[in-house]
Each structure stands twice: as C-alpha cells, then as structure tokens.
Design a protein around this ligand. Structure first.
Ligand SMILES: Cc1cc2nc3c(=O)[nH]c(=O)nc-3n(C[C@H](O)[C@H](O)[C@H](O)COP(=O)(O)OP(=O)(O)OC[C@H]3O[C@@H](n4cnc5c(N)ncnc54)[C@H](O)[C@@H]3O)c2cc1C
Length: 426
C-alpha cells in the first residue's frame, strides 16, 4: 500500500531539523563561507561554533543518520533519511553539523562494512565522532569515468604496500586525516578485480600535493582549492592498511558510490525547494508593467514548471529510497542512476529560472543562488558523468527487450488487426 503521510513523531523531528537548520546552519554558511570551510578542522573559530551545534544534534538522536543500526548509527532507513536530507540540503554546513557530510559518509560506510577491528577503532570512531575528516582518492589525471583505465599501483615489499602513481580531484585531502586510495594491486586479474583499497594517513612520507585545484565559486588567486592533485611517490603503508581484500577495490567503491549518489539527490531536493521559495517570494515582492511579477503568465509558467519538475524528481528519490529499504541489495541500481541524471537537470532548470526572476540581483554574489549556479556542473560530473548513468538506465531496460517477431513492430495496427480477424474467423 502506498501512503504518503508522515507519522507525527517523525514530523516533529523534521520540524525541529527545519527550524534548527534555518536558525543555526544557514548562518554558518554566511559566517564561514567557502567549499572547504566545513571540512577545515584547523579553523578553531569555526570549530568552536560547530561543536555545540553538533552536541544539540546528538542530543536529539539525529547524529550520523545515514548509518544503519548495525553500523553504529540510529538506523532510520533511507526513506526517513531522504526526508531529513531534503532539509539538510538547504545549507552546505548542515551535513557537517549533523555528521552526514560526503565523502565522510561513504568512507564511514565502507569502513563499517569492510574494516577490521583495528581500522574501525583508528579511523571510523573519530570520523563518526566528527573529530577528523577523510578523503576518497580514486580518480586519476588521465581517467575518471572509467576505473579500468586507472594506473596508480601498489606492490608488496616485505610487510608493506608501496604505492606509486597519481590521483586527481581527491576532495578535501588537504583537511583529511587519511586517504582511501584505490590502487592497482593485481594487474593479472580481470579488469574489475585488479584494484584494492589502501588506507593512507595523509602525513605518510611520499604523499605529495601537486596542487589543490580550485573550482567555480572559489576565489581566484587565493589558495582555497579543495580538490587535490596528489602524487603518491613510493608511499609505504603496512599490509594491514588494506580495506577489504586484494582485488576487491571495485566492490568496495561500488558499496559507497550508490549511497553517495542518492544522498546527493536527497539534498538536491532541498536546494531546489530553497530556490523555489526564493522565486515565490520574489514574484509577490517585485512589480513591473503595473502589477506584481506573480501576475505575469511567463512568471507563473516558470514557477509551475519548477514545482512540477521538483515534485516528479522528489517522488523518484523517495521511491529509490523505498527500494533500498525494502528490496534486496542492488535492486535500486537503475533508480539511483535515474536520480543521478535527473538531479543535475532539474537543479539546473530550477536555479536558472530563480536567477532569471531575480534579475540583476540574481547574478550577484548577494544571494545563495550564485553558489547554487556555480555548483551545477559538479552535479553532472561528480560520482560519474550523466552519460554513464544514462547508458546504465537504458541498458537495464534494453536487456529485457526482444526483437519484433516479424517485419513490422508488434504494435503495428494492420498486422494486429489481421491477426485478430484471422482468430475470429477460426
Ligand atoms: C566537485 C567534484 C568532486 C569530486 N570529488 C572526487 C573525490 O573526492 N574523489 C575522487 O576520486 N574523484 C572525485 N571527483 C571526480 C569524479 O569522480 C570525476 O570527475 C568523474 O568520475 C568523471 O571523470 P573525469 O572528470 O575524468 O571525466 P572523463 O572521464 O574525462 O569524462 C569526460 C566526459 O566524457 C564523457 N564520457 C565519459 N564516459 C562516457 C561514456 N561511457 N559514454 C559517453 N560519454 C562519456 C562525459 O561527457 C564526461 O563528462 C570529483 C568531481 C567533481 C566535479
């Protein structure tokens, strides 16, 4: 049975979150701006603001909501998490305040799933407590969308792994206590079994930052880039630094990427809603041609399109969350790909319309719309480009398709009519 109502107990939690995010997290966005700010554990002033807020979240039982009970979290499930993440999506500090910031979420999940007791104690616990941040180091300068092209490798020497190669766009590496590096350890294996994950403390000798690439929205000329180009120059880690088994890197990566994508989609629902809220306020505040913007049909069309597209996208995200909660592991793969594709498109279209309705003000850095606009390209690239996910959706359905039985399609009306007439004559 499909029931869209929310239980009063959960609604009370969501209401608390919505008020808290607006009153406490959105101000953090303005007081401590910048993509890297929530991850900068060395910024004492920001951390002093953050800690009491995190304590209030913990007291509400809302800390690290992405983790199931078996992994040490509250275990709300993905559907409840979707409703929560919608609220957190409004502020870029909010996920850090609530202990659900990517990439630490995905990294804590794979540590919980594949980590040894020692790895959990050393890395997972401080990560879950919000004391440190981490980095997922997978993409390479020459290859991103296709991991089979990766060349950064590691080989065994005595009781150590030695890592040699380069990684690109290792987000937040400059703030991270450790890197989870995906490296080729078994080149002789089939492509999906060649790589392994190694946990590398960031201060290990041989970890060299070539640079921290800046992206749109970072301030030109300042060293505030957060996406590290890393050279692993014969970096040595002990044998027990491996997360999962040799050759299991692909499997471990898949375990974290699916969740990461759908969590981004959940937060994007909240970002879109924020842009729509701004459109609505603007439409009833601003006048032109003797009447408010809200009475012009082009404006009404832009608002209606945005509301309809967001409702469709939100239902897709909620259904995906439901599948993850209720069906077997992996059943939501195609739906997650659909969310990933649609997230980039819907967010782009809604933010573009919101900027247009704000006129020149929409182009300034004086509203949250500028940050949203700068973040658009990342939606279609991070965690895999749109094209790759479209191919996945199409192939999942093409696999079930069968060729037409004759010259014409099975829906060809003259052919069907002839068959029906033949049947009735017989
Ligand atoms: C904001 C941001 C944060 C990121 N953070 C991290 C991180 O923390 N760790 C990490 O390891 N990586 C990270 N990445 C890297 C990300 O995973 C890659 O950008 C992504 O996988 C694409 O790889 P690429 O950039 O090398 O693009 P390429 O592989 O060079 O692809 C370029 C383009 O080619 C086209 N294309 C590629 N494959 C196909 C295909 N099969 N069919 C049709 N067209 C195709 C697409 O248009 C694609 O955009 C991040 C990226 C962004 C933008």
């Amino acid at each position: 049975m499909i029931d869209f109502r929310i239980e009063p107990e959960l609604q009370a939690k969501l209401d608390w979150m919505a008020t808290f995010v607006r009153a406490e997290c959105e101000p953090m966005d303005m007081l401590f701006p910048g993509h890297g700010a929530p991850y900068d554990v060395a910024n004492a002033e920001a951390r002093a603001h953050l800690k009491p807020l995190q304590d209030r979240v913990k007291a509400q039982g809302l800390w690290a909501c992405h983790l199931g009970a078996e992994l040490g979290g509250p275990g709300y499930g993905q559907l409840t998490l979707a409703l929560m993440n919608e609220i957190l999506g409004r502020s870029y500090w909010a996920p850090t305040v609530f202990g659900t910031a990517a990439p630490d979420t995905g990294n804590s999940e794979i540590l919980a799933m594949f980590g040894t007791k020692e790895q959990k104690e050393r890395y997972l616990q401080p990560l879950m407590d919000g004391e440190i941040v981490s980095c997922f180091s997978m993409t390479e300068p020459q290859a991103g969308a296709d991991p089979k092209e990766f060349t950064c490798r590691a080989w065994r020497e005595g009781d150590e792994w030695v890592i040699e190669g380069e990684k690109w766009f290792s987000s937040n590496a400059r703030f991270a206590a450790f890197l989870i590096a995906m490296v080729v350890t078994n080149p002789e294996n089939p492509p999906h079994e060649r790589m392994s994950m190694l946990i590398v403390p960031t201060d290990t000798p041989g970890v060299e930052f070539v640079r921290h690439s800046q992206t749109m929205g970072d301030s030109k000329g300042q060293d505030d880039g957060t996406h590290a180009y890393i050279r692993y120059d014969k970096v040595r880690v002990p044998l027990d630094a491996m997360l999962g088994g040799p050759g299991e890197g692909f499997k471990v990566a898949q375990a974290r990427l699916g969740g990461g994508r759908v969590h981004h989609a959940m937060r994007t629902v909240g970002k879109c809603q924020r842009a729509i809220d701004m459109m609505l306020e603007r439409a009833v505040s601003r006048r032109t041609q003797g009447k408010p913007l809200s009475e012009h049909q082009f404006v009404q069309g832009a608002i209606a399109d945005s509301i309809i597209e967001l409702e469709q996208f939100r239902l897709l995200v909620l259904k995906t969350a439901w599948i993850i909660d209720n069906e077997e592991h992996g059943a939501a793969r195609t739906h997650i790909a659909m969310c990933k594709v649609q997230m980039a498109k819907v967010y782009h279209d809604i933010v573009q319309r919101a900027i247009q309705l704000h006129g020149s003000l929409g182009m300034t850095l004086e509203t949250p719309l500028a940050d949203m606009w700068m973040g658009l390209p990342a939606m279609a690239l991070a965690d895999g480009p749109t094209e790759v996910h479209k191919v996945q959706v199409a192939n999942a359905h093409l696999r079930t398709a069968r060729p037409a039985p004759g010259l014409f399609p099975s829906e060809h009306i003259p052919t069907r009519l002839a068959a029906i007439r033949e049947r009735s004559v017989a």
